[in-house]
Each structure stands twice: as C-alpha cells, then as structure tokens.
Ligand binder design. Structure first.
Ligand code: FAD
Length: 450
C-alpha cells in the first residue's frame, strides 16, 4: 500500500527530532510536525535555558567569594534583561541548529499541530497525510492546580524564561527538581524566595540525606521554605502584587507565583480515543518495551509515555525505535542506572538505589559517606558542606547507588554512573589511587557509616 511517508513524527522535541533524523539516515521518507518551536521542551523551555540561568546565578556566590581569594571588585549589579536576552538568543541558535539537522537529513517539517485522523493517517492543518509508521513524541506540559481559586494568576516554567523583570519576591510552589532549581536561581539573582511544599520534605523519591542537606543549606541562605503547606487561594492585590493564602502559616506576598507541581503528558486531543489506543493513569500513552502502542503502526516515546521524564531517555527511545523500524537493528532502552541531577544551589546528582530502596530490596546493605567542606568553601569562609553517599550490596560488594550534593556533583556523578553500570565493587573503587586535591577523590576514600 502506498503511503505519503514511511514515518510521520508528531512533536519535534528531544525524542521526535532524534527519531526522525535516525530514520531518515536509514533511508526512510520522514516528516515531522511541530506546533510550537523545533527543539521541544529541553531546548526551548527546559534543560538548556534553565542550566544557562543556573550558570548566571552562580556568579553571585563566586563574586562574593572572590574577595577572599584576593580580588578587589568594583560595584556589582545584575541585569536580568541582559541574562534573559542572551539565554533566549542561545535558544534561538539551538532552534535553528535543530531545524538545520532535520533539513540536512531531508526530513520534511510541518510547522503546525498534528493529530491522528485514522489508521496510518495524520491531519496537519487542513491536510491529511498517510504514513507506514507514526510516532507520537508530544512531550508533557506543566500542571496548574484546578481546584485553587486564582491559580491562573501564577506562571509555569513555560513563562518563567520570559519574565519582564526580576521579581523582588517570588513564591514557588513545589518540592520537586524544577521547583528547587528555580528557588536556587532566583535566590542567587537576588529575589526573596518563598518555597511552598506540600509534603514534609524536599525532593521526594531522592536520597533523603541529600534532600535534607539541601533543605538545611537553603534555610541557612534564608530562603523561606514552608513545608507541609499548600496554597488555598491566590488573590491579586490593588497594587498588582499577589497574596497567596496557605493551608497553614501566614500568607505569602509575591510579585510572581511559579507553579512547579508536575508535568502532564500531552496526549489529549490527539485522536487516540477514536483509535482505541490504550492510556494509563495520568493519561500517558501505554507502550511496550519497544515503544509501540496497542496499534502496531503507532509508537510513542518520551514524556508522553511518562516513564522517566528526562531528555536522554526520550532521545534513546526515539533512536532505538528508528533503528528497529528502519535500520534493522533491534535494541531496547535499559532503564536501570539512569543518572539524574537537580541543578539546585548546590547541585545534587544521583544514580541507582537510594538507601531506603536498597534496604527494602536487598538482603544486606553497606553505606559509605563523605561529609566534608570543599576546600574552596573553607578559604571563602562559606559554611556549606558537601555530602557523598555510596550504597553497596553487602553480599556482592557491588555499588548499587551513588548520591552526591556539592559543587560539580552532576559532573562527577556522570563518571560514577559508568562505574555502577559496569558492576564495579567498592573494593575496586578503594583500589583506585586518589587524584589529589579534588572533591572527587572522596569517592575512593570513603568510610563505612551504616
Ligand atoms: P518535548 O521535548 O517536550 O517535545 C515535544 C514537542 O511536541 C514539543 O515541542 C511540543 O510543542 C510538540 N507538540 C506537542 N503536541 C503536538 C502536536 N499535536 N502537534 C505538533 N507538535 C506537538 N530533562 C533532563 O534530562 N535534564 C534536565 O535538566 C531537565 N530540565 C528540565 C527543566 C524544565 C524547566 C523542564 C520543563 C523540563 C526539564 N527536563 C529536563 C525534562 C525534559 O525537557 C523532557 O524530559 C524532554 O524534553 C522530553 O522530550 P520529549 O521529546 O518527550 O518531549
């Protein structure tokens, strides 16, 4: 049967672009549709602009510490519009680079919303096209609470990169990684930050010792963290500022309210119900281990499947799928030992089992920690300790988890993730000579603490 395309990809984000490009490089005739901007969440309004803001924010501490290292600095000031515009210009550059990659691989781009119009059929604008295989890579969107009056007065991570002014006071709702990252960014840039967290701790699901350390450091830096607390209503005041009424404790007044309370898969309104495609609890598309839905011609990767909302996962899934469908290479994504980070101030990075997970799943567990003040902090007089934690399976001596908070933790942990994936033992780490003086040397010098 003739089709207009071999492969039609809906959504030009991390997963969609990779899958389209790889399929095209295998010789498939490929189209991709994008309703917002090519590059998707990560490039346009996620990882990339966020990380650039983190870099910008970190200068606050570096400049403060510089005097202890002998530098005399002139008057300091920060210009939000300057940073924002430079970040957005870099986003534009990446957007062009992604488009250029698609073009150079002969992928036809439709700059429009696409939906499923029947078996092997896609509707883009007022055109209907057919494809042998269709990929849904539509990502997710930030959730706004439906039951809080005035919730719409707040913004989400979609809007935060475009703020006209640096808010003097910002309230951030959420305890997950995005909330903590923006709390760090705005605090460093000079905003007064209040973080409102539903549960009794930050970063649920992450290694508790790191989450506790982050909380302690943030409180030391005078961020106002309200645990066990939820917004009840948001009201706009006569002067245009916001008042956030809480389930407990005094109200919060803020110039900007940022909701960071989760991301919902973009699966509604795509025509999935009409085709009888199976979905799960949060509306995500159900797929098998090879990313195919309940229909053999329809596939889904990335955040819309809600497996692990991370860019490298979406990319790998898209790559594996294109290899399998068009390249004769059958491989699947392995979801074990996936490293991840929180680019908070200081950053956190983690791979493998947390201590509570390991204690639940394994017979015996050995815990090794290093709790130290990084050398640059000592000289700077900065009272901020790093914490590294290794989780080891007592019966095999193999590393099953590594968790770190401190300067450059994500950079160091990426390498440790390789060691864990390779099945290295604690004894092998200990047999490695330390690289001195570094923070990472702590990893081969760690003491048993539990
Ligand atoms: P996306 O990249 O979201 O792409 C989906 C695309 O589909 C979008 O461009 C959308 O406009 C388009 N689309 C949707 N519906 C349609 C339609 N019907 N027709 C046409 N186009 C459509 N991950 C990390 O790994 N590290 C990080 O540090 C990190 N930081 C983040 C920070 C923030 C603030 C956010 C919001 C996310 C962050 N993420 C991070 C998560 C990461 O961005 C996502 O996991 C990743 O982008 C998912 O890729 P995807 O291909 O599934 O979807």
């Amino acid at each position: 049967m003739h089709h207009d395309f071999d492969y039609f990809v809906i959504g030009a984000g991390s997963g969609g672009v990779r899958s389209a490009r790889v399929a095209a490089s295998h010789g498939a005739k490929v189209a991709i549709a994008e309703e917002h901007r090519v590059g998707g969440t990560c490039v346009i309004r996620g990882c990339v602009p966020k990380k650039l803001l983190v870099f910008g924010a970190h200068f606050a501490e570096d400049l403060e510490d510089a005097t202890r290292f002998g530098w005399t600095l002139g008057a300091r000031s920060f210009d939000w519009q300057n940073l924002r515009d430079n970040v957005l210009a870099e986003v534009d550059r990446l957007n062009r680079a992604y488009q250029a990659t698609l073009d150079s691989h002969g992928v036809e781009t439709f700059h429009a919303r696409a939906v499923l119009a029947g078996p092997n059929r896609v509707r883009v604008g007022n055109r209907e096209l057919t494809a042998r295989h269709v990929l849904v890579a539509t990502g997710a969107h930030p959730q706004l609470p439906a039951d809080i009056p005035g919730a719409e007065l707040g913004i989400t991570s979609n809007e935060v990169f475009h703020l006209e002014h640096l808010p003097e006071r910002i309230a951030i709702v959420g305890g997950g990684y995005i909330a903590n990252e923006f709390a760090g960014i705005f605090h460093q840039l000079g905003s007064q930050v209040t973080q409102i967290v539903r549960s009794n701790r930050l970063l649920k699901g992450w290694e508790p010792a790191l989450a506790d350390r982050l909380l302690q450091i943030m409180m030391q830096k005078h961020l106002d963290i309200r645990l066990n607390c939820q917004p009840k209503a948001v009201v706009k005041q006569a002067d245009g500022t916001l008042r956030i009424l809480l389930s407990s404790g005094p109200d919060v007044e803020a110039d900007v309210l940022l909701w960071a309370v989760g991301r919902i898969p973009n699966a509604d309104g795509l025509g999935l119900e009409e085709l009888g495609v199976e979905r799960r609890n949060r509306g995500e598309i159900a797929v098998d281990s090879a990313n195919t839905t309940s229909l053999p011609w329809l596939h889904a990767v990335g955040d819309v499947t809600d497996r692990m909302q991370l860019t490298p996962i979406a990319i790998r899934e898209g790559h594996a799928l294109a290899d399998r469908l068009f390249g004769g290479r059958n491989w699947k994504v392995d979801y074990t030992h996936v490293p991840s980070a929180v680019f908070s101030h200081p950053p956190i990075a983690s791979v493998g089992l947390t201590e509570p997970e390991a204690r639940e799943r394994l017979g015996g567990v050995r815990i090794f920690t290093a709790d130290f003040r990084p050398m640059q902090h000592v000289l700077a007089g900065r009272d901020e300790r790093a914490l590294y934690k290794l989780v080891v399976d007592a019966s095999t001596d193999r590393l099953v988890g590594a968790h770190m908070i401190g300067p450059e933790a994500p950079e160091i942990l990426q390498v440790l993730a390789i060691a864990i994936r390779a099945g290295l033992t604690k004894a092998q780490l200990d047999s490695t000579v330390a690289l001195h003086p570094t923070m990472a040397e702590e990893l081969v010098l760690m003491r048993e603490t539990g």
